[in-house]
Design a protein around this ligand. Structure first.
Ligand code: DOR
Ligand code: ZN
Length: 435
């Protein structure tokens, strides 16, 4: 494996132990040395990346991704999903089990991990809480953990039966694995396809009330408090859930949470044009929710920024009312977060790296989230000031259902290294340098 010398990057390390403009020497897949002016080594075996003006982030860890493989590879597969990850500076993904068959057997875990060996990102499977995600019988957590599951979730739907969720948490506690909860009360949701509010009324479609999310967030916190389990609340979208999580943390409950860029950047107004590309679950809500989610990101109530990358084809998204929920996000999450949080002066680059890399790695007990010497060379080199327009057709993901289509974002990934290999090179880097 080639050595790589990254020259003159601004180090973004959330640990705060390393900072400033430094060179990074990558050897055997690891960060071997960090320092100023590392001397050139034999050039035939070393590739030098001139990173003048670029920020070196620890590779992003996206703990909520739907890779759709096996079963829905017309939307995405493990390789295309990881290609999208690489283009977004994401070097580790946790993939959700709503595949076909469901990721809930050693065979499917082995299939995913085997295929992922060829992929451009590290893949960490999340296994289903219930067999077939049917909400009836608990999966064999110990067996699935042994075969590589890093967490358990029935994401895409809630575990309806509270008693079963209680058993899930007890079992997860015993094994020391996190549970990720998709908080949604399906009875309250009914036939809702978007947030229940002024826009759903105006469009004449059924809405999803906030209470559908808040009530299950409250339930999960109560169950986690009783069992001692670490519960992670997925894709928080409401002011109510943020308040519940903030209060639970203050009481010492082991709860962590995530949100996605669209929940702190967009509201239900985006759906006025009846475009299903803006439909996801939970849905885009109101200004007050957006502000509460943003406040939660800023004060750390929401530990992580993830994508909930949920590819669906253009055909599937063609009809506003019948389209499946979900949006892609791997290639825009860092740029969107930099635009909304860094260029507005709300967070530093280190604080963004903590939410997009260090915290999710810690929650899942997986490597990553640091640029310290000895760590795997999972690195994103980013021009944080570079503006670009999101063109869906240019995305590497097999599906193009992005809420940021046509948007100008500020911050572009120019190189991604995963395990010491260059897995992505932004094609416009050199052109740019001459500007
Ligand atoms: O919008 C969503 N899409 N929310 C989910 O919970 C599941 C996901 C999917 O799998 O498409
Ligand atoms: Zn979900």
């Amino acid at each position: 494996m080639k050595r790589i010398l990254i020259r003159g990057a601004e180090i973004i390390d959330p640990s705060g132990r390393i900072s400033g403009i430094q060179d990074l020497l990558i050897e055997a897949g690891k960060i071997k040395k960090i320092g100023r002016m590392i001397p050139d080594v034999e050039t035939e075996t070393t590739e030098t990346i001139e990173a003048n003006g670029l920020a070196a982030f620890p590779g992003l860890v996206d703990m909520h991704v739907h890779l759709r493989d096996p079963g829905f590879t017309h939307k995405e597969d493990i390789l295309t999903g990881c290609e999208a990850a690489a283009a977004g500076g994401v070097t580790s993904v946790a993939c959700m089990p709503n595949t076909k068959p469901v990721t809930g057997t050693p065979e499917i875990l082995e299939y995913i991990l085997e295929k992922a060996r060829q992929a451009k990102a590290h893949v960490y499977p999340v296994a289903s809480i219930t067999q077939d995600m049917a909400g009836e019988t608990l999966s064999d957590f110990a067996l699935l953990k042994k075969h590589g599951a890093v967490a358990f979730s029935d994401d895409g739907r809630p575990v309806k039966n509270a008693r079963l969720m209680q058993t899930c948490m007890e079992e997860a506690f015993r094994l020391g694995v996190p549970v990720i909860s998709h908080c949604e009360d399906l009875d309250i949701i009914g036939k809702g396809i978007m947030h229940k509010g002024s826009v759903s009324k105006r469009l004449g479609v059924e809405g999803m009330d906030r209470s559908s999310e808040d009530s299950i967030t409250a339930r999960e916190i109560a169950l986690a408090a009783a069992s001692g389990t670490a519960i992670h609340i997925a894709h928080v979208s409401t002011a109510g859930s943020v308040a519940l999580i903030r209060d639970a943390k203050a009481r010492g409950v082991r709860v962590t949470a995530e949100t996605c860029p669209h929940y702190f950047m967009l509201t239900q107004d985006a759906l006025l044009k009846r475009d299903a590309d803006y439909r996801m679950n939970p849905p885009l809500r109101e200004q007050a929710d957006l502000e509460a989610v943003l406040a939660g990101v800023l004060d750390g109530t929401l530990d992580c920024i993830v994508t909930d990358h949920a590819p669906h084809t253009a055909e599937e998204k063609a009809d506003f009312e019948t389209a499946p929920n979900g949006v892609v996000g791997l290639e825009t999450s860092l740029a969107a977060s930099l635009t909304a949080l860094y260029h507005t002066g709300l967070l530093t680059l280190e604080e963004i790296a903590r939410r997009m890399s260090t915290n999710p790695a810690r929650i899942l007990h997986i490597p990553g989230g640091t640029l310290e010497v000895g760590a795997a060379a999972d690195i994103a080199l980013v021009d944080v000031n570079r503006e670009w327009t999101v063109e869906p057709q240019a995305l590497h993901s097999r599906s193009k259902n992005t809420v940021f289509k046509g948007c100008s974002l500020r911050g572009k990934v120019l190189y991604t290294l995963c395990g010491g290999q260059i897995v992505y090179r932004g094609s416009d880097h050199h052109e740019m340098k001459g500007e």
